[in-house]
Design a protein around this ligand. Structure first.
Ligand code: MG
Length: 167
């Protein structure tokens, strides 16, 4: 296959989950969401940013968030995860990719994601250097089943596509 016919769009998937704990802020997609619980983690535990970061790294075959920002590094303690996402976007851009779009599913029994969707999309679009129309976020409950249904935590799944810059 000639080089110009090779795939110029690459897709990656990312998954993340964090456990709820009282008395800490809940931050998803860089948005602070008023809620009785936040998410426990070494960084700010922004599961949306983490899943999306892994999706972008996966599309570029550049490893994963844990290899780039190890949780054994004190510099990553309470770190702003949107800042980590920004660094990863710059990294894949330096390899000749641009983000094309992302689609994100947040699975949480509560809180509702809908009221915060617009702010999350704006934040993420700015960080990815894409229009807001290239950032989709969907909230789902787990229908009361299992650890998510019990309100123990949140899971997030993200897919991202990158285009290879041609000029
Ligand atoms: Mg995480």
């Amino acid at each position: 296959m000639p080089p110009e016919r090779r795939s110029i769009v690459r897709t990656g998937i990312g998954y993340d989950s964090h456990r709820f704990a009282p008395g800490i802020p809940l931050i998803l997609g860089g948005v602070r969401i008023p809620f009785e619980n936040g998410l426990l983690g070494h960084s700010d535990a922004d599961a949306v940013a983490h899943a999306l970061t892994d999706a972008i790294l996966g599309a570029a075959c550049e490893g994963d968030i844990g290899s780039i920002f190890p949780n054994t590094d004190p510099a990553n303690k309470n770190r702003n995860s949107m800042e980590m996402l920004r660094i990863v976007v710059e990294r894949v851009e330096s390899k000749g990719f641009v983000v094309a779009n992302t689609d994100i599913v947040v699975v949480a029994e509560t809180p509702a994601i809908g009221p915060h969707r617009a702010a999350m999309r704006d934040n993420i679009a700015r960080t990815l250097h894409v229009p807001t129309g290239a950032v989709s976020i969907k909230g789902k409950t787990n229908e009361g089943m299992g650890w998510i249904g019990n309100g123990e935590g949140i899971a997030c799944i993200a897919i991202a596509s990158l285009a290879q810059r041609t000029g």
